[in-house]
Design a protein around this ligand. Structure first.
Ligand SMILES: [Zn+2]
Length: 710
């Protein structure tokens, strides 16, 4: 695979109008030109998406004319043109969305008059139900044009309504909806449903979409809402008959035949525990731990079934498709899916400098994805904000910052080209020419975006602790909240650190293979397996335990005996407090405690708080990435960083990177604005100091050394 590929969203929603989500416009050569200017390798959210409405629409999108865009070019032609330019195009598999779109037809129902609007009193819809029922045979193709047989339910009765059968339902038996598309109902006559991947019929329908996408020439498939229906558990999903049947099967498998006729909904209602208990994963809800554990397994099984199918089908067609998983902000349900993907897609709420940064999720995702590329697309809330700022030309430097911030963490900011938005009219379009400068810088220096990070500290993310303490009300749960806060504190103090994952021994490594950092930090790690405890007991460096520790085992059961380790215990969970308490006092307190374990970090700097500093070792060089965080929001500008000094403790660097004979005279600064500049450096008692006169927003220092590694 391409080392450090660059990604862009490329949906093509109109600039000034509202468009139905999943109704992309056809793309012409101007778009391909823009993508070339942005040095993009892979286009995400880019094609073949309308299977959420019907297969007829998908077929038209692939090789015909969309009913909502008669002028636009078909996606197969677009993909071919992109491929000629070396750009790969991803289709999108919306696993969670099912649509019904208002239409107007002529009297005889032989001609479509309008798509997206229906006449009052004569309401007509086109979508999954009508497609299945072949309701408008003169206008649209139907189910029987794509499948041999109509469907039967689990009791072998004919299914009459496809949507009714495959939507997921809440505890009260009401259909669930895709929350993020509800707002578009203001602009269109549109009903959207949250579909259930536990329904075998929905899974089979998705497989047909996959076949059609591969036949139409996509280079990869981006699986959206890979954790559905549970990644939207906050909507109350998870109680349709398919979910309940599968949960019953799980219980029978685990506890035996006595669960054969078990009715979970009834049991919950009898105990008076409904929606609230479920979304908080209340420990005392009947079979609460089992229900959560089963959701994780169901997500894994359903995702694997589709991914395997896509890979097998493409092999049959002598093609190779890449699989990207949209893991949103990485709820714990996504952890067991990482081995199944080629590309790790984050969809995250970007926070703005100078007071915030987005490094934590990048670093966590990189730790999970390892060599696989990580790309992050802004949420529809961010794109709405960017669109409004763009009216006053206030986005260019902010987006340059996002590009640099991701790159400095070896990840990628996915340019939201024609990004769908949550509110208002029109998609977001970035300043292509201005962003091209930063994109081409990264494309030109791909060798900078690899390497092993320098790290004095290993910060632990514990899958079990995250999984069991996660809930939708106290999002993202005790462990992750603490973990994210500590990561921010370490970044804030410029302490070089690396994320390590304590996994589950099934889909993830239970303990890391190598670890030689000076300090290990355990933030609110309440859940540990026996193997992980043994590993901690063998661990020889210093340990800092923050907050709660080792109360439960990996199954979520309370331990009888408390574990005590030789460590510095910090009962006050500074990580969880970081967000809202006095930042300064928390940082000072944390710095003081950390100093007891780490008196001499490998790197020190005079960079102002909010800057990003990361350092990596490559085969014959070290790179130091510096990102300016001094953003002036109302001007979309940066106060340049001046007279930066960075001191590297030579002994520490040698020890960690196993390098000797460092050639400090060969320090060179690379920036998008000025290109290449030689830097001066000096050797002092405490280490080697680099001096950088100025950085506008982003710079990479390359230090070359003689190849006399140990
Ligand atoms: Zn369901």
């Amino acid at each position: 695979m391409n080392p450090h590929p660059l990604f862009s969203m490329c949906s093509l929603y109109p600039k000034d109008e509202r468009m139905i989500c999943a109704c992309f416009l056809g793309k012409d050569s101007k778009i391909v030109e823009d993508m070339k200017k942005l040095s993009v390798d892979y286009l995400m959210w880019a094609s073949l998406v309308s299977g959420a409405i019907s297969l007829q629409d998908l077929e038209q999108e692939a090789g015909g004319r969309r009913v909502w865009d008669k002028k636009g070019r078909d996606d197969t032609s677009f993909i071919k043109e992109c491929n000629q330019e070396g750009i790969k195009v991803f289709s999108v598999l919306f696993t969670a969305q099912g649509y019904e779109i208002g239409i107007t037809t002529d009297k005889k129902e032989e001609k479509l008059v309008e798509f997206g609007r229906t006449l009052k009193g004569k309401e007509k819809y086109w979508g999954l139900s009508e497609f299945y029922q072949n309701k408008y045979p003169k206008i649209f193709k139907g189910w029987k044009d794509y499948f041999d047989q109509p469907l039967l339910d689990e009791k072998k009765r004919p299914i009459k309504d496809f949507l009714k059968e495959t939507t997921c339902y809440n505890l009260k038996g009401e259909p669930c909806h895709a929350l993020w598309t509800q707002e578009t109902n203001k602009y269109f006559d549109l009903k959207t449903f949250l579909m259930c991947q536990n329904s075998p019929h929905w899974q089979n329908y998705l497989k047909k979409i996959i076949e059609m996408q591969i036949d139409a020439g996509c280079d990869g498939i981006l699986f959206d809402e890979t954790g559905s229906p549970f990644d939207w558990g906050i909507m109350g999903s998870g109680f349709c008959k398919h979910c309940m049947n599968k949960f019953r099967e799980y219980l029978v498998g685990k506890y035996g035949e006595r669960f054969q006729n078990f009715d979970y909904k009834k049991t919950l209602k009898k105990r008076g525990q409904g929606f609230g208990a479920i979304i908080t994963y209340f420990r005392d809800a009947p079979l609460g731990l089992d229900f959560k554990n089963w959701q994780k397994l169901a997500i894994r099984d359903n995702f694997k079934e589709l991914v395997d199918y896509a890979r097998q089908y493409s092999q049959k067609k002598s093609k190779e498709v890449l699989i990207a998983g949209n893991f949103a902000e990485v709820t714990p349900f996504y952890f067991p899916l990482v081995d199944l993907i080629d590309i790790f897609n984050l969809e995250m709420m970007f926070e703005m400098p100078p007071n915030n940064r987005n490094t934590s999720l990048y670093r966590l995702s990189k730790a999970l994805a390892k060599e696989k590329p990580v790309t992050a697309v802004p949420t529809i809330f961010n794109t709405a904000n960017l669109r409004e700022r763009s009216k006053y030309n206030l986005t260019t430097n902010l987006e340059r910052y996002f590009i640099a911030e991701a790159a400095a963490n070896l990840a990628n900011y996915q340019i939201p080209y024609s990004g769908f938005t949550i509110e208002g009219k029109g998609a977001y379009y970035p300043q292509v020419e201005e962003l091209a400068l930063y994109q081409s810088f990264i494309a030109k220096h791909k060798e900078f975006y690899q390497g092993e990070p320098l790290a004095d500290v290993s910060l632990v993310c514990s899958y079990y602790s995250y999984f069991w303490s996660f809930n939708w009300i106290n999002y993202p749960g005790r462990h992750m909240k603490s973990f994210l806060g500590i990561e921010k504190l370490l970044s804030h103090l410029f302490i070089p650190h690396k994320i390590i994952i304590l996994g589950d021994d099934k889909y993830l490594e239970e303990v890391p293979k190598e670890i030689s950092r000076k300090v290990l930090i355990l933030p609110n790690i309440e859940y540990l397996s026996k193997g992980q405890i043994e590993w901690l007991n063998r661990y020889s460096a210093k340990i800092l335990i923050i907050g709660r520790f080792a109360i439960f085992n990996e199954r979520g059961e309370e331990r009888k005996k408390r574990l005590s380790l030789e460590a510095l215990y910090l009962k006050d969970d500074l990580g969880s407090k970081y967000e809202w308490s006095a930042r300064k006092s928390i940082t000072e307190e944390f710095a003081k405690r950390l100093k007891e374990l780490l008196p001499c970090p490998s790197i020190s700097t005079n960079l102002p708080p909010g800057s990003i500093l990361s350092i990596y070792k490559h085969s014959t060089q070290i790179t130091i990435h510096i990102v300016n965080g001094q953003y002036i929001e109302k001007e979309d500008s940066f106060e340049p960083l001046k007279d930066i000094s960075i001191t590297l403790k030579e002994g520490e660097i040698n020890l960690q990177f196993k390098i000797c004979n460092l050639k400090w005279s060969k320090a060179t600064l690379f920036t998008p604005e000025k290109g290449r500049e030689e830097l001066t450096s000096s050797k002092e008692e405490e280490g080697i100091s680099l001096f950088i006169p100025e950085i506008t927003l982003y710079g990479v220092v390359k230090i070359e050394f003689k190849q006399t590694t140990l």
